[in-house]
Ligand binder design. Structure first.
Ligand code: NAD
Length: 476
């Protein structure tokens, strides 16, 4: 596909017209207003089986195209996403709730194009492991076959690209199963990407949990890329056991941030805020519990309250807003009850904690909770919403022990004016990524994955490509 043949979709309605079934389907409502966005097809396990069969038939031809042709296809897909970026962002905003503005819907669509391009650019050359008088051994990465990708509702487009781009790059074909809460975003994105790909290299099955379950047990799926909750991850490990499937699990997190006593509260407040509240807190690697040294505890709380007051929350299509609603009622109820429990325990709400019952939509206000016990459920459970507990500590050992005290370890951060000291603390934290003076900043070139019950397997970069290939040694 050359640049002049790129198809541009001007509006979200243009995209909806292409992806909605002619009748019936699941009605998807805007979480900010309750208004209908559109209808998504309700695909069945039978539809999944047909898609897998078609993916299997297409895989050999896709692999045979070779790396160069697949690189061109992924770059063309990135062009196509960019050409329809605003229509995609508006649809995403209406379905997911996240605002167009700020690090939200437009940012997510931009990241889709960036990840497609970056993934196209990585090279995974065969490695020569041994080459001496005794012989030669080479390590190659072959396509696995058909990859099943199952995604969540928080960053539905971007996470789909994280899964599909390396899978396609390595010569696999892909069947995606989006979250039942946000299927329209993924259907539209795949429609756009597919303008640059051969038929059946990439398909979407828009179904519920039963379809996800069937995918993970299916004999003709060679690998599952899963991003979602830890409990679903465990169910997938069980259901994929009989076929000894390869799986990458990007699961829940409860990331700790540790603010050392030498940090500058005012200088870091904005970055701390976005580390916790990006996507209104509905982010796997968001800062979900903040440990602050007692010497600067009050000034950090004060600085965060000030920043929180500058961040408007509201309907996503209003350009003023940078925070949106929770995506669904179940998530709203989780956040509400965790904050209520924290209040009942005597914790101090600095701001928020009082949703407006009259307001339509699943809006929960930006909430900061101080003087909270480390054993409180708002600290120990993944709130996945705009409510940050701030815990006071006295010694660094105590802070590290609290940070490492949970059975998850996706990301973490250390905040300090002294990078060397921050690095020493970082090395003692049990998390897949530890950021210094920032939180949650992912990069397509840098591997990302969890420790403990936050999952296993790596995404992004050349390491990510390796997880979508079958290693094969040739020895002679
Ligand atoms: P979820 O586990 O409820 O659902 C995720 C997907 O799994 C959905 O598509 C769902 O239909 C499907 N599913 C449900 N049951 C299944 C089963 N038994 N077999 C196969 N598929 C099944 O997660 P969610 O609520 O959509 O997402 C939020 C969670 O995802 C949070 O815990 C968050 O931390 C995590 N997350 C992790 C990352 C990461 O990179 N580690 C990124 C984003 C979100």
């Amino acid at each position: 596909m050359s640049t002049d043949t790129i198809k541009t979709f001007a509006t979200a309605d243009d995209l909806l017209a292409l992806i909605q079934p002619s009748s019936g389907g699941r009605v998807i409502n805007d979480p900010a207003t309750g208004e209908k966005v559109g209808r998504a097809p309700e695909h069945s396990v039978g539809d999944l089986n047909s898609a897998i069969e078609a993916a299997r038939a297409a895989q050999e031809g896709w692999a045979a195209l070779g790396h160069e042709a697949r690189i061109v296809a992924l770059n063309n897909a990135a062009d196509a996403v960019e050409a329809s970026a605003e229509a995609l962002a508006v649809l995403l905003s209406r379905e997911q709730g996240k605002p167009l503005n700020g690090p939200n819907a437009r940012f997510e669509v931009g990241a889709c194009a960036a990840w497609l391009r970056a993934t196209a650019s990585f090279e995974l050359e065969p490695e020569v492991l041994v080459d001496d008088e005794g012989g030669r051994a080479e390590l190659h990465y072959r396509p696995l076959g058909v990859v099943g990708a199952i995604g969540p509702w928080n960053w539905p487009m971007m996470i789909s690209v994280w899964q599909l781009a390396p899978a396609l790059r390595m010569g696999n074909t892909v069947v995606l199963k989006p979250s039942e809460y946000t299927p329209l975003s993924v259907l539209a994105l795949v429609h756009v990407i597919n303008t640059a790909l051969p038929e059946n290299a990439l398909q979407v099955v828009s179904g519920g949990r039963d379809v996800g379950e069937a995918m993970t047990a299916h004999e003709q799926i060679d690998k599952i890329m899963f991003t979602g909750s830890t409990s679903t991850g465990k169910a997938i490990i069980r259901s994929s056991a009989d076929t000894v499937k390869r799986i990458t699990l990007e699961l829940g997190g409860n990331d700790a941030g540790i603010v050392l006593p030498d940090a500058d509260p005012k200088a870091m407040a904005q970055d701390l805020f976005w580390g916790a509240f990006i996507n209104t807190g509905q982010t796997c690697a968001a800062l979900k519990r903040l440990y602050v040294h007692e010497d600067i505890y009050d000034s950090v709380c004060e600085a965060l309250v000030e920043v929180a007051g500058q961040m408007p929350m509201g309907v996503g299509l209003d350009e003023n807003n940078v925070l949106g609603p929770l995506q669904n009622e179940a998530q709203f109820n989780i956040v509400s009850s965790l904050v209520q429990e924290a209040k009942d325990s005597g914790a101090r709400v600095l701001v928020g904690g009082n949703p407006d019952a009259e307001q339509p939509g699943f809006f929960y206000p930006t909430t900061l909770v101080a003087d909270i016990d480390n054993a409180n459920p708002l600290v120990t459970q993944e709130q996945f919403g705009p409510a940050l507990p701030i815990i006071k500590y006295s010694t660094i050992d105590e802070a590290i022990e609290m940070a490492n005290g949970l059975d998850v370890g996706l990301g973490a951060s250390v905040w300090s004016s002294d990078k060397a000291q921050a690095r020493e603390v970082a090395a003692r934290i049990e998390a897949g990524t530890v950021w210094i003076n920032k939180h949650g900043a992912v990069d397509p070139r840098v591997p990302f994955g969890g420790t403990k019950q936050s999952g296993y397997g790596l995404e992004f970069g050349v390491e990510g490509l390796k997880h979508l290939g079958q290693p094969q040694v040739i020895s002679y």
